[in-house]
Design a protein around this ligand. Structure first.
Ligand code: HEC
Ligand code: HEC
Length: 145
């Protein structure tokens, strides 16, 4: 009985150890999945793959789109895949222009507010849409108006 308990404990410890090793391995593998970007023209060239993905998720959420709205998808070959470095889609270049625009607006905001005003981002205008279509009439009326 005592021996069995000991064996069981050893089994559990070994299992836990294996799980920890597997998890660390998975995390390491995930890191390797985000390759360094090859074709940056606006963002700093040394932006890492992980940083890019965070920024890109922000763009997609801000406009309410999937990655394929700006990025080319190759349907040829064994399995279809996204070609993130490709500049084939015009939306990608528009987005680059928007990045410059956001940058200059934020510089102007710094000038206007002596570096105290909040910066804008894509979502400030896009609000989850590809076209910022909010009009004054569509705003929720507040009591004091
Ligand atoms: C609104 C347009 C837009 C959306 C949506 C978008 N991207 Fe991008 N993406 C860009 C632009 C613009 C660049 C290039 C930035 C530059 O030139 O500095 C880029 C660059 C990249 C790169 C670097 C490619 C290289 O090798 O140079 C990756 C990877 C990437 N995007 C992944 C994604 C993923 C993943 C998504 C979805 C979660 C996504 N993008 C959604 C516009 C977009
Ligand atoms: C100051 C407001 C403003 C900000 C901030 C802004 N945009 Fe835009 N964006 C617009 C307007 C206006 C249009 C044009 C909509 C139209 O008439 O088609 C547009 C259009 C676009 C389009 C083309 C959509 C299409 O239907 O083809 C893309 C892509 C885009 N913006 C990406 C971005 C990204 C990425 C950011 C953040 C880096 C950003 N925008 C920030 C105002 C803004």
């Amino acid at each position: 009985m005592q021996l069995l308990k000991g064996k069981k404990l050893l089994y559990i410890i070994t299992l836990c150890g294996a799980m920890i090793v597997a998890q660390t391995y998975a995390q390491k593998e995930h890191k390797e999945e985000e390759p360094a970007p090859q074709n940056l023209k606006v963002l700093p060239k040394n932006t890492t793959g992980d940083e890019i993905h965070k920024i890109m998720r922000g763009y997609a959420l801000s406009l309410g789109v999937r990655c394929g709205f700006c990025h080319e998808r190759h349907e040829t070959g064994d399995k279809p895949h996204m070609d993130f470095a490709s500049d084939a889609k015009p939306e990608k270049d528009i987005a680059r222009g928007m990045m410059h625009m956001v940058d200059s607006i934020n510089h102007m905001l710094d000038d206007i507010g002596n570096n105290k005003l909040e910066h804008i981002t894509c979502v400030s205008c896009h609000n989850g849409n590809t076209k910022p279509t909010v009009s004054v009439d569509s705003l929720i009326k507040k009591d004091h108006q």
